[in-house]
Design a protein around this ligand. Sequence first.
Ligand code: HEM
Length: 396
Amino acid sequence: MTETCPYSPGTEPGRDDRKSAELVGRRLVVGPEARVVGGFAFVRELLRSNVTRQAGVGADGEVVPDPTYTSVFFLDGDAHKRKRQAISKFFTPKAISTRYRVVMEETSDRLLGRLRAKGRGRLDEMSFELAVTVAAQIIGLTESDQAAMAKRIQATLVGVRLPQMPWWQKPFGRAGALVHGLRFQLRDVGPAVRARRARPQIDVISQLIEEGYTEQGILIECLTYAVAGMVTTREFIVMAAWHLFEDEALRARFLAADEAGQIEILEEIMRIDPVVNVIARHTTTAQDLTGGPVAEGELLVLNLREANTDPATVGACPFQIDPDRAKRQKITSYLSFGDGAHRCPGAQIALNETRVFLDRLLRVPGIRLQRTPDLDWTAELLSYELRNAVVACDPA
Ligand code: HEM
């Protein structure tokens, strides 16, 4: 008897719903010095263990002795724990429901009002404006025009591409990163810091000021959030919309579901098409872990995409979207947002803003995906980038 898949009985067990797998398989290159780990249980064990340390792109150059000049992303140990504790209050379910949800709703309504007035719009532009506005509220970058700030943030990303540039491009890349970083500091970060020195608010910048951060330290943190929170969420919103537009049954289920049910669907989409494909770590000591031994000083590339589709954990037909999978397999969370000490603090923000926006978008009268997104590779995220997706609707 052939194996059938639980969510869609009768369909081919080999059906593959992933949209970005072929691109990532072709473009993601891992150097011979790294050991790639892709089993779900072992990846999670490594992320939770105390034998691994952050080794993300540029980690060596990013860690400087004073933790106020080092992004939370690149810290480890006690300094990291203190920084995470200090920001945890901005990411609680209560903070989302009392402070940020209204921003998600108002921004979605504004974007969709514009869409209805014009009859069509670029999905990736809407998703970036939403992601920037929501993250800016959490950070406290609210003293400048948000659409203009989104463009300045986009320009600063040249800095993230530096490690991948050929030697001859690096001086230009560095100069560009400096100019764009300075512009972001002068137009956005500086005014936000001055306003909060005069009148503190409930946001990351006010918190950093209270802890004695300099403006440069605050800029570093803002740039971390720009990449970690804004750029990733922009891509995910478009990816989730693409799946929902193309799968009628899934869309109907999404629109009929309550909030928890909608989030389950989004997490399942993110499982097969994660925005972050790999996380790099190095080991500090040799140890025998449940998943196998690690040697001291190993560079590990933890493949979240592969781990999320490991049949030993996620069950049969791992490349198919099955919103009941997590419950059936008793999985509390996949690895799309990492795990352990560095697990993404913004996971619920990203899922909730995607949910709020898509729930409204998919109810717009006459809404349709007029042009599917171009699926490109981005060296900034080592992942997919979805551009030029156009949605159209009945004119208001
Ligand atoms: C779909 C959207 C998102 C994805 C896929 C994502 C993914 C991730 C992943 C995989 C990590 C762990 C990196 C590691 O362990 O090395 C991470 C860390 C982080 N994320 Fe997110 N993220 C998203 C949205 C957000 C948002 C909305 C925010 C904030 C507004 C945010 C802020 C952060 C921060 C500050 C870190 C560093 C945490 C630390 O190192 O302790 N992320 N993210």
